[in-house]
Design a protein around this ligand. Sequence first.
Ligand code: GLN
Length: 493
Amino acid sequence: MTELTDLYISEALDLLEKKEISSEELTKAHLKEMEKARFLNAYITETPELALEQARLSDQRRSAGIQPKPLEGIPIANKDLYCTKGIRTTAASKILSNFIPPYESTVTQKLKDAGTIMLGKVNTDQFAMGGSTMTSYFGVTKNPWTDENGEYNLVPGGSSGGSAAAVSAGLCMGATGSDTGGSIRQPASFCGITGIKPTYGRCSRYGIVAFASSLDQAGPMARSVKDCALLLREIAGFDVHDSTVSDLPVPDYTKALTGDIRGKKIGIPKEYRPDGLNAEVARIWDKGIQFLKEAGAEVVDVSLPHTKYALPVYYIIACAEASSNLSRYDGVRYTTRVDGKTLDEMYENTRTDGFGAEVVRRILLGTFVLSAGFYDAYYIRAQRVRRLIYEDFQNVFKTVDALLVPAAPTPALSYEAMKNMSPVDTYLGDVFTTPSSLAGVPALSLPIGLSNNGLPIGLQVIGNHFDENTVFQIADVLEKQAGFEKRPHRVKG
Ligand code: GLN
């Protein structure tokens, strides 16, 4: 039998159902793998006792003949941005490094209710700001894929880099991520796994440490399209605690995986093929287009004319919202306080000490674009252009069912390369993911092939609002054609 940590969620559910494996065995196998792979620094907090207790209870439910829950006994990890009651939730920051939430986020509660086992909380860029996990107060996560010399020198992407690394290395079967401007899709591409940012409003944001509220979206990351469909089915849906969440019924996404996309019309936006597009990424994209044609889909050229504004618009809006959201960390509420002689000095000391450089940069930028003299020139203008980007997508979905575009402009980069980049250069890495975030449409990233030096490269399938079904349907067919079964070298222990 394949190793327990290599199983897909769909396979494990089957084996659990047939009583060929127990959740306790499955959980123990993952805990063992986590121990071996600690040097990857995927987890900020491991919760082995909790996991084993949950696994035993799950096994007891099964042996008592109780109707199994939809994800009964499946070990998963949660991004450390999701509040978990009684379990430290840091947002990978110093300021929340001792924060123990008194409540549970809706998404993690739903996963618990679905019978999953929580192995721990995984690393992220600080407050989900970044694309490498290098801004984490708890140190970088290593990509389980190695460079050409077999060294663990590559970033896993971010901000959900801990989730992606853990899923890729077999340190959990699936994980939650969050995506504001690409944080599920880009790390999925860097680590050779699958992740979906659903439609804005599909999942509740309640209990997720806020970065930019009009963009933040929860979503699953796993090793197959089907596993993502299984996870999203559980975490999506109405919630009284989040006024922006939709009350549309949640479909059974697994039913969308028909294997047949004949007659589907798929758009290839020309703005995503700039001069100088990385040749490896272009090759994989062409391969994806070829797969679609072979599967009987109709591939057409389309245009999203305002695409080039997405990156600056994203960074204005995301930073503006971040500056407002992060004002709550003042040393009065929530953990770590650094005292001062006056109240103002206490705020200053607390925030100077508690936030990393990238977070400070964004608070400054956001405060600036919201300031009286510049509000109209930056923030209001960005909001207007956001509307145009949204309309681009609305228009294009009048003629096509979905779009196929790259997930990231390069395969995973090395720490060295990232360290030498300016902040603005690192922001360019979000060029393919921010437009769909601004428009609020669903986008899934899945691995299609490898670069010449053996690193995974993903493509995004983007769909219309609340049409995750079509996204899953197309991605499932692409997955089968790509036959991407590759995993990073097993970590030796
Ligand atoms: N890399 C992007 C940023 O730094 C996206 C982050 C995210 O989606 N959370 O803002």
